[in-house]
Design a protein around this ligand. Structure first.
Ligand code: PGA
Length: 241
């Protein structure tokens, strides 16, 4: 059985009020894995508050002449457990290639961080019938035989501040997750977790999470609202019982 993992991606937003209080929905959970990706500025506070967390991006080198960057190693030394790699914001705004994302995943593993690597097609690619090709291209350079987590995030479903953005339907998401699982090495298919990301909210979390190949969620907008995030955590927890 793969344990559910619900991750909050706070993106370039400050920690929600009360996030560091004992008993906040971001705290480690008894039944499922709960993880938060804050900005670097809130990372140490998360770690001190015993929130399982990590950076949204980290440089692959340990240190050096990289103005403005922070390394995965530094985040690990601070107490990070996870890291996010290849979010579509990074692939888009920072032109990260699939090879560069794979290098981050490999570096993260080397430093002892657990990478959650994001893959997903844009609306344009979907409309051109290129989804499968895009996912294969993003997965090809990844160390899929290693202990990593994949987040399927169709870019067209990511809310980017618009709460009316439609998520993928549970059936469509399931089909994509099954496809991604079939692209994993045989001996990793039953163990590698594949999260869904893109407008996961309290009202669709249970339907998405109950799909056989959906092992959790990477939650953006709703992770900034503690009550909404709590409801998503509760939905996953209920499904484990
Ligand atoms: P969203 O973001 O939940 O706001 O759609 C998900 C993500 O970008 O990771």
């Amino acid at each position: 059985m793969r344990k559910y993992l619900i991750a909050g991606n706070w993106k370039m937003n400050s920690a929600p009020g009360g996030a560091f209080d004992p008993g906040s929905p971001y705290q480690a959970h008894a039944d499922i894995d709960v993880v938060v990706f804050p900005t670097y500025l809130d990372l140490e506070r998360c770690i001190k508050a015993k929130i399982i967390s990590g950076p949204q991006f980290g440089h692959i080198e340990e240190h050096g002449a990289h103005t403005g960057d922070i390394s995965l190693k530094m985040c690990k030394d601070l107490g990070s457990i996870y890291c996010l790699c290849g979010h579509s914001d990074r692939r888009g705004e920072h032109s990260e290639t699939s090879e560069e994302v794979a290098a981050q995943v490999t570096a993260a593993l080397e430093y002892g961080l657990h990478p959650i690597v994001c893959i997903g097609e844009t609306l344009e690619q979907k409309q051109a019938g290129k989804t499968e090709e895009v996912l294969k291209e993003m997965m090809a350079p990844l160390p899929l035989e290693s202990d990593i987590t994949i987040a399927y995030e169709p870019v067209w479903a990511i809310s980017r501040g618009d709460p009316d953005t439609p998520a993928a339907t549970p059936d469509d998401a399931q089909n994509m997750h099954a496809l991604i699982r079939s692209l994993l090495p045989k001996d990793r298919r039953s163990v590698t977790r594949i999260l869904y990301g893109g407008s996961m909210k309290p009202d669709n979390a249970e339907a998405l999470l109950s799909q056989p190949d959906i092992d959790g969620g990477l939650v953006g907008g709703a992770s900034l609202k503690p009550e909404a995030f709590q409801e998503i955590v509760d939905a996953a927890s209920k499904l484990t019982k």
